[in-house]
Design a binder for this molecule. Sequence first.
Ligand code: SAM
Length: 225
Amino acid sequence: MLELSKRLSIIAGLIKEGSGVCDVGTDHGYLPAFLYLSGKAKKVIATDINEKPLLSARKNLDRLGASGVKLFLCDGLADVEDQNVDTVVIAGMGGEVISGIINRARFLRDSAVTLILQPTTAAKELRLFLAKNGFTVESETALAENNKIYSIMCARFDGDTYSIDDVRSVIGLLKPDNDAAIAYIQKQYKIAQKCAEQLKSANNKKEEYSYYLKLSDKLKEILGG
Ligand SMILES: C[S@@+](CC[C@H](N)C(=O)[O-])C[C@H]1O[C@@H](n2cnc3c(N)ncnc32)[C@H](O)[C@@H]1O
């Protein structure tokens, strides 16, 4: 059986048995291959905006015996709106790119569709986009791999927009109850602390300084002082 990286295994673990899954920006195709071969998903499709990664996905899928996974060369979910998927994975891209893909796919505005999102950067921008556009984040899982730390979010549309405070925008729903989540919060704390330090003596940046100072104090408190 194909062995997934820790990051992709956590994502696979968040997918419900019997789902119809679309992996957006699949690249190598390992996640769809695993879902297809394990029988966890009843239907698996994948997209990529670039031809080269899609060809590499096709090659890997065929080599692994997962030729039944249908691939689409398109931007985000543009060509798969009629494919009846109930679970969409968008992983390994920046938060702004992920937000754009969600924004352009109107069929995601449906509470029957589960979104599994793993931004590599700009997680804050993604959380703010989800809040502003009526997508509830149901869970977040932190993951540390290859000296990098990520959050994986499960979200769903319910149409209710909401605001999130400064702390929630940078750590989401994460709590310091496991090593990866502690590392994620610590990273945000260090960033806020560094920004505050850099802005301290800039006379025209008092507001920004105060934002980062307050944020770092709150994150420190969450980490137990
Ligand atoms: C770093 S790879 C991530 C691969 C895989 N999802 C993972 O998490 O391991 C990013 C992939 O997303 C694709 N991509 C970027 N923007 C996209 C878009 N708007 N629609 C579909 N695919 C996109 C890229 O071509 C690339 O293959």
